[in-house]
Ligand binder design. Structure first.
Ligand SMILES: [Zn+2]
Length: 571
């Protein structure tokens, strides 16, 4: 019987970690029908994959595409990264349960913590649901190129049960009961689990904590137990990034272990990252995970493959947007700013203001202004894979001050150059330790969030930098950590493995050239809001549910993505 697609002559890297081997892949009716020698067999389409790797479509376990799924049917930037399935509803933020009349409260949770512009959400989301099951049903009807799975968010549950009080106080017995009812309904409808946040950086636009941060640990525990009583749901948490007080830290680690081992809920989180002010803190995080796993608990670290932080430019934000002189100057149209920076008198004023500036963190300002600028750790993003020389390096080379190097570099690119400003994972040795940990997957692009301030091409970075350029990780291991390991832990059935009978989500890429493409700014969100676009070099095609979705970074028109409902949906 003929196939819909035959992928011919590629190297199969199956996602389960098996050594790569040469074979053809035959796809029929959305399913991988046959893997082997298919020469002489017919198909509607033959894809020549010689010299390419044929892998399962990549899975991103940590995104915030909850809002963008309504206005971006191809699911950028994930669609250009070989990703075929994304998980949303992370960190306690989901669009359901929430009635339209209360959507302001839900959007509050998203707006500041995830930097998704409010105007875009108002203009771009036609709200027509209240409960999480209703929300999933709406998702079903949306045209979409990717597969979407989701958590129900604790902040959403809380806000639905408590209204404005969710942002101010602990829950009563009554509130908790209401949350449990919605949680159970959400899991039955197909939520993969529930998510929460206790991290300081998750604030509302007024600088207050998001709803889940007002919850006692007992409240979290009660909800986790409710989920456990239903079966297999997983728990995702944005934990405190680094707790420096050893007593507090140990207490938090005991809570996490209790949840994973005694309650028996699989736990996953990022944020175990390296941070310069606390260079050893990550080791205690690893120890906690190792202890929990040794005791029979399930824990999965969400590693990234690179720095984690912001991309900044004169088109979006510079580190000095709120200091005197800059504040007014930055209001000018970009062309005027360029003129000003080329005018010696204006430039001298701006440089002087930077020299006189003393940094003070201000929780009312967005996350990216919370830390002082260290030019040794700011990198022009004119190349997309390491090594990245810093602005301080450039200043030395040019024989000028870093602020002048920063301005000159920006001017050389007509103010369109981005600069990397990492907040975590500056040390690449640690990033590697992270990727190599037996209980880690590589995920956490945060796609859909922070759309104008960051971009996280972590898959191309993993495959281009760590696998090819550094030879630090076998290709098969890297692929496993972005496919089957995630599918297994998250409960995505039939995905993440290139295997006969499994769903035909496939990525075909050139291992010799895969790398992140250039990052550019576009004002094409609803209401004209800005976002950074970034494609990937070296990906020949991605296939979603048996249809070619992207070819050489171009959308084919196929929108075969589905809502992936979790294992409890069928109980
Ligand atoms: Zn998140």
């Amino acid at each position: 019987m003929a196939f819909d697609i035959i992928i011919r002559g590629g190297t199969i890297v199956d996602g389960a970690g098996m050594p790569g081997y040469q074979a053809d892949v035959g796809i029929r009716d959305g399913i991988i029908a046959e893997i082997g020698d298919l020469s002489g067999q017919a198909a509607d389409e033959i894809i020549d994959a010689e010299g390419h790797v044929v892998a399962p479509g990549f899975i991103d376990g940590h995104t915030h595409t909850d809002a963008q799924v309504f206005w971006d049917d191809i699911g950028s930037n994930s669609c250009w990264q070989g990703v075929t399935s994304v998980v949303m509803g992370n960190c306690g933020f989901s669009m359901g349960p929430c009635a339209e009349k209360d959507k302001d409260l839900a959007l509050h949770n998203f707006e500041r913590a995830e930097d998704i512009p409010r105007e875009a959400m108002i203009a771009g989301i036609p709200w027509s649901w209240e409960t999480y099951p209703e929300y999933l049903d709406v998702l079903d009807t949306l045209p979409k190129g990717l597969n979407y799975a989701g958590f129900v968010g604790h902040s959403a549950l809380r806000t639905h049960a408590m209204g404005e009080r969710a942002m101010e106080e602990e829950a009563t017995e009554d509130d908790l009961e209401k949350m449990k009812v919605q949680l159970v309904d959400s899991l039955r409808a197909g939520a993969l689990g529930f998510s929460t946040s206790r991290t300081f950086s998750h604030r509302t636009p007024t600088g207050k904590p998001v709803a889940s941060r007002l919850a006692s640990w007992d409240e979290v525990l009660e909800l986790a137990k409710t989920m456990k009583s239903m079966g297999n749901g997983i728990f995702q948490i944005a934990r405190e990034n680094v707790i420096t007080d050893p007593e507090e830290r140990d207490k938090e680690h005991e809570q996490m272990k209790h949840l994973a081992v005694d309650v028996g809920v699989p736990c996953t989180f990022g944020g175990t990252w390296y941070k310069r002010p606390n260079p050893e803190a990550w080791r205690t995080q690893f120890r906690m995970v190792d202890e929990a796993v040794a005791a029979g608990g399930k824990m999965m670290i969400q590693a990234t493959s690179a720095w984690n932080g912001s991309l900044r430019s004169f088109e979006t934000a510079t580190p000095y947007d709120f200091i005197p002189v800059w504040k007014e100057f930055r209001q000018l149209p970009l062309a005027e700013q360029e003129k000003g920076l080329r005018d010696p008198e204006m430039r001298a004023k701006l440089v002087e203001a930077v020299k006189n500036h003393v940094h003070k963190p201000d929780p009312a300002l967005p996350n990216l202004y919370q830390r002082p600028v260290d030019w040794d750790w700011v990198f022009p993003y004119d190349r997309t894979l390491p090594p990245y020389p810093s602005v301080a390096d450039a200043a030395k080379q040019r024989g000028c001050e870093p602020i002048d190097a920063f301005i000159d570099l920006a001017l050389e690119h007509n103010l369109k150059l981005f600069f990397i400003q990492p907040s975590f994972n500056e040390d690449q040795d640690y990033v590697l330790a992270h990727i190599r940990h037996p209980n880690s997957v590589v995920t956490f692009s945060d796609a859909g969030a922070h759309v104008a301030t960051t971009c996280s091409p972590l898959i191309a970075h993993l495959l281009g930098h760590w696998v090819r350029n550094e030879g630090a990780i076998p290709l098969e291991t890297a692929i496993r950590k972005i496919t089957l390991d995630i599918a297994n832990f998250w409960g995505l059935k039939g995905r993440g493995w290139l295997h006969e009978g499994w769903h035909a989500d496939v990525c075909i890429f050139d291992p010799e050239t895969i790398a992140p493409g250039p990052a550019t700014l576009h004002h094409d969100l609803p209401a004209g809001c800005p976002r950074i676009k970034q494609k990937t070099d070296g990906i020949k095609a991605t296939i979603v549910n048996g249809e070619v979705f992207m070819r050489d970074n171009e959308h084919t028109g196929a929108l075969a993505g589905r809502v992936l409902r979790g294992p409890m949906a069928h109980n």
